[in-house]
Design a protein around this ligand. Structure first.
Ligand code: NDP
Length: 374
């Protein structure tokens, strides 16, 4: 056995003995751990803002990342900060609250902040993080409307930091295979897309049903997957939208909080889309793409996975990996290495969805077709 191979095996063994002690590695596969072991490139040091349900999911997923390390936390709940310091080995000096997080500017140990708070807070928090000179990853919907989104893009440009939106499906392997097939011409001309997204929402007191915090209802939260999906599945941006709202419960879904909206898109190529967004039906998560030479069908299509799907060529068999782990490693490569994703995840991509959301709400209100300029 040569020296370098012996050294490698010794290091590998030592690393695997250490594995159970390190929560970072515990959810990773054997291959991931070997890759991680060999990786000595740049690492994106991230702080999460908003330690709620999705923030925790992302924090757990980061533990299996190669290019990302969770190093900080920003929260309005001191007890959560204490718990995260222990659970994720986060130093106290990297913990902030919503009043003092501008001081992150003077913290050289944090490169980026991932904003995972209620929708209406995203704009101001993004602008403050940008002004502190840190890259921003912001959850969807990026803001309450396109105007806010544009302000966020401008602030990040001015501060010379990157702004990425948490579009985890843009890195999902089965989704990327359908996009590859379409780009390679294997499906022929795209004719029609159907996107159905929704779930039955519970607790009426949660922020998702509060217009001030959510900015709307199901469309902002879950309908955005069908909007964004229509664009990445058809491979084009819509040029018009029509939309209709149905409300069966005026108490739970107050003024400005949509329960169910159906919307239709037209595309310059002649393709059309028909979508549904709802807080009133369980487990609605289905994409269907019809094309001249084939089709793609995915159900579930945007949940945490495994995504299931088939095309005219057969079942989609790409391996499932935790979406947020792949997303974060890919976003680190975008920020640190200038990697170009197959489907954009930048602020401008987020603004396009906000323009469509503005258009859908305008179409619901007027009952008329609304032209879109993305
Ligand atoms: P949660 O309610 O579970 O968590 C939100 C957290 O934000 C809270 O725990 C709290 O954390 C913080 N917060 C700050 N101000 C407020 C406030 N006024 N009211 C309530 N919470 C506040 O929500 P989610 O984690 O489910 O959603 C957060 C964001 O993530 C949303 O924009 C949502 O659309 C997005 N999301 C994206 C998903 C995806 O797959 N990409 C999936 C789920 C959500 P603290 O106590 O630490 O301050």
């Amino acid at each position: 056995m040569n020296n370098s191979r012996r050294n490698f095996l010794q290091k590998l063994t030592a690393s695997f003995i250490a594995v159970p002690l390190l929560s970072k590695q515990s959810t990773a596969s054997f291959d991931d751990r070997v890759n991680d072991f060999f990786y000595d490139g740049p690492v994106l040091r991230v702080a999460i803002m908003g330690l709620g349900s999705y923030g925790t999911r992302v924090a757990d997923a980061i533990q299996a990342c190669t290019k990302v390390k969770l190093v900080g936390a920003i929260s309005g709940t001191p007890a959560k900060l204490t718990a995260w310091q222990t659970k994720y080995n986060i130093p106290e000096k990297n913990c902030y609250n919503y009043e003092n997080f501008d001081a992150i500017k003077n913290n050289p140990y944090i490169d980026a902040v991932y904003i995972i708070t209620p929708n209406s807070l995203h704009k101001d928090q993004t602008i403050r993080v940008a002004q502190a000179g840190k890259h921003v990853i912001c959850e969807k919907p990026m803001a309450l409307n396109a105007k806010e989104g544009e302000q966020m893009v401008a602030a990040c440009k001015k501060a010379n930091v990157k702004l990425l939106i948490g579009y985890r499906m843009h890195f999902e392997p089965k989704t990327l295979e359908v996009i590859r097939m379409r780009n390679a011409g294997e499906l022929g001309k795209i004719m029609f897309f159907q996107g159905l997204t929704g779930f039955r929402i519970g607790d009426p007191t949660q922020w998702r049903l509060n217009k001030q915090l959510a900015g709307g209802g199901s469309l902002m939260d879950i309908g955005i997957y069908a909007i964004n999906g229509a664009r990445y599945m058809v491979g084009e941006d819509p040029i018009w939208v029509t939309a209709q709202e149905t409300k069966t419960d005026n108490v739970k879904f107050k003024e400005g909080v949509d329960e169910t909206i159906q919307f239709q898109f037209g595309f310059a190529s002649g393709a059309a889309a028909s979508c549904l967004s709802t807080y009133a039906m369980n487990g609605l998560d289905k994409f269907y793409l019809n094309a001249e030479k084939g089709f793609a069908e995915m159900q579930p299509s945007t949940g945490y996975g495994p995504i299931k799907g088939r095309t005219n060529k057969g079942e989609l068999t790409q391996e499932h990996k935790t979406h947020q782990t792949v997303q974060m490693d890919e976003m680190a490569a975008i920020i640190l290495e200038g990697k170009q994703p197959v489907v954009a995840v930048d602020g401008e991509e987020g603004v396009k969805d906000m323009k469509i959301i503005d258009g859908i709400y305008a179409a619901v209100k007027s009952g008329k077709k609304v032209n879109l300029k993305l």
